[in-house]
Design a binder for this molecule. Structure first.
Ligand code: GRF
Length: 210
């Protein structure tokens, strides 16, 4: 069988993209990255793609400002790129832009996001800071399918980390990020194996592929 074709949307340093690349190269993830798209020209994620011979594209959000609904038009352009590269699964890996139904509908139950908290706690920006301020003793990260509500879709996998007395937001973020790098490739591999099945708000992990 041909490996699963992934499209990655990323805006920043791309350490989660790197974790996916590493898992593919280590053959623990049976997939190929067909394209990386960024809304930021200077995203380190694009450099990482280039270093590994993966097609990378910067799509300027300002190129659609004159349109009626720029966010929709922007996502239509992204969708075109994803289709041109035969992308089967989309990963939001530090993608700092809210995706519209154009992408969500086209990739229903085929688009994953990684978030640095144990959802549904601490959705949105600054999740690690929110957790730290709330004084929780445990936090972590979540991989979930993307739906219209931000950080709300069916949860696929979660991983927990302790929050220590002496933790700063930075030290907690680093501990969570380490877990993210393990969790995201695992979730993608489950998808590649055909073992994820969404029923309502839940993602079932099947012993045997459908
Ligand atoms: C990660 O913490 C991820 O959970 C969040 O954005 C950050 C992206 O980091 N959605 P990176 O660009 O993958 O290094």
């Amino acid at each position: 069988m041909n490996p699963l074709r992934i499209g990655v949307l990323a805006s920043g340093r791309g350490s989660n993209l790197q974790a996916i690349i590493d898992a593919i190269e280590a053959k623990t993830l049976d997939a190929t990255i067909a394209v990386v798209v960024s809304n930021k020209q200077d995203a380190v994620a694009l450099k990482r793609a280039q270093q590994h011979g993966i097609p990378g594209m910067y799509l300027d959000p300002k190129s659609v400002v004159d349109e009626l609904d720029p966010r929709v038009t922007y996502d239509q352009k992204i969708l075109k790129i994803l289709k041109e590269h035969d992308v089967e699964l989309v990963l939001l890996a530090g993608y700092m832009k809210i995706v519209t139904p154009v992408l969500i509908d086209a990739y229903q139950s085929r688009m994953m996001n990684i978030h640095p908290s144990l959802l549904p706690s601490f959705p949105g920006l600054g999740a690690q800071k929110q957790a730290s301020h709330a004084g929780v003793k445990v936090s972590g990260c979540t991989v979930h399918f993307v739906t219209e509500g931000v950080d709300e879709g069916p949860i696929i996998l979660q991983s927990a980390v302790p929050v220590n007395e002496e933790d700063t937001v930075d030290s907690l973020s680093a501990r969570i990020l380490d877990k993210e790098h393990q969790l995201f490739p695992r979730a993608v591999q489950l998808f590649a194996e055909g073992r994820l099945y969404v029923e309502g708000r839940r993602t079932k992990i099947l012993e045997v592929p459908l």
